[in-house]
Ligand binder design. Structure first.
Ligand SMILES: *Cc1c(COP(=O)(O)O)cnc(C)c1O
Length: 386
């Protein structure tokens, strides 16, 4: 059987997506037009938040959020070491100080007990905020995090890049969709092609806080406004004011059109990902592979399907030889050379360091066919049964 190379993640572009982009190319607006607004409204509806702000990528979304929370030089902010570097970098963009809390060995999310321990050991106010990450698509329990954050006066920016469509049940048994603004101040998403929804480059911020929403809208476009209600003076129809130092972090209408079209299939994508996960779980049930843990009050969005295996490098290479491109995610952020310069070293966060030794992300994307998944499973079994 001839197989296409199988990567760990892959976008899904349909004919409808292509038609939507072409239609926008033929319209009056390539950027700053109606598609961006439509994408924002549809996305807010999808996650259940009051507001959504489309931006040029997930990293820009994080930067706008740390700016909106007013992170200043030397402000201490906590994140997880098991994430893409951008979750920590956005603190540095504002000259803040990054601190890491180790992960929980089962969920791979920030260990909230360890977070509380750290916060309890210093005066309230030492830390300004926390940036949890829904690693692999597992929505963190932001209800519990909110109660900790309130106690220690922290804001919360949830990096939900991996988990659109996921949810957890809160203590009232209410399904809390990831990004709905109920417990976190701000949530951010990415539309990079390996994520659930692809726009090439793209990102979104969601919130229920009107003040933060307005501040971020301003910062997304150079800090410039034409809104008559916000102007200090008004010289006429042409008049605008630059009131803050902002950026150009806009998403184009071409990308937004693709986003709107992709969003139509978002729920189906999460369902498909859960089917694929179930099949992997079943296949590796009685093996030396550790499959992902999920609490039964949680809908995992499975951006990634990460296993733990003793001979990780062996399996990675064996799969590569068979045209299967699994991936190692992530090399812990605190051990990146840039963060080591701040004093972080091996041994500081033992749980994530152990995780890194044995982790491997298997192919997981909605268009992975049954034949392809069977082939992946067969090649893995071939390796572990050797
Ligand atoms: C992808 C990703 C980002 C950055 O998103 P970009 O759109 O690539 O800038 C940030 N955080 C996490 C957890 C991600 O997976």
């Amino acid at each position: 059987m001839v197989m296409r190379p199988i990567s760990y993640g892959r976008q899904y572009i349909s004919q409808e997506d292509i038609d939507a982009v072409v239609e926008t190319l033929q319209s009056d607006f390539l950027t700053q037009g109606p598609k961006v607004k439509e994408f924002e409204e549809r996305f807010a509806e999808y996650v259940g938040s009051k507001y959504a702000i489309a931006v040029s990528n997930g990293t820009a979304a994080l930067h706008l959020c740390t700016m909106a929370m007013n992170v200043q030089k030397g402000d201490k902010v906590i994140t997880t070491p098991l994430t893409f570097a951008a979750s920590a970098n956005c603190i540095r963009y504002c000259d803040g100080e990054v601190d890491f809390v180790d992960i929980d060995p089962h969920t791979y999310l920030m260990d909230l007990d360890k977070l509380e321990e750290k916060l309890a050991s210093v005066p309230v106010g030492t830390y300004k905020g926390v940036i949890p990450v829904d690693f692999a698509g597992y929505p963190i329990n932001v209800e519990r995090l909110r109660s900790i954050a309130n106690k220690y006066k922290l804001w919360i920016i949830e990096d939900a890049c991996h988990a659109p469509g996921g949810y957890f049940e809160d203590s009232q048994k209410v399904q809390q969709k990831c990004g709905n603004g109920a417990y976190a101040d701000l949530h951010i998403f990415s539309f990079h092609p390996v994520k659930h929804i692809a726009t090439g480059e793209g990102g979104m911020i969601t919130t229920n806080n009107k003040e933060l929403y307005e501040k971020i809208c301003l910062l997304r476009t150079h800090g410039i406004t034409k809104d008559p209600e916000l102007l200090n003076e008004n010289h006429g129809g042409w008049y605008y004011e630059m009131q803050e130092l902002g950026y150009n972090y806009r998403l184009s209408d071409i990308q937004a059109a693709l986003g709107v079209s992709q969003l139509e299939r978002a729920n189906e994508g999460v369902r498909k990902r859960n089917e694929i996960a179930l099949k992997y779980n079943e296949a590796f049930k009685e093996s030396k592979i550790t499959t992902p843990f999920v609490h039964d009050n949680t809908l995992h969005a499975y951006h990634l399907y990460v296993i733990q295996i003793e001979d990780r490098k062996g399996l990675y290479n064996h799969l590569r030889e068979n045209n299967i491109f699994s991936q190692v995610l992530y090399s812990p952020v605190h051990l990146q050379p840039y963060y080591k310069k701040f004093g972080w070293k091996k041994g500081d966060l033992p749980v994530v360091e152990k995780y890194y030794e044995n982790c491997l992300a298997l192919p997981m994307f909605p268009t992975l066919s049954i034949d392809e998944q069977n082939y992946v499973i067969e090649k893995i079994k071939e390796f572990i049964d050797e």
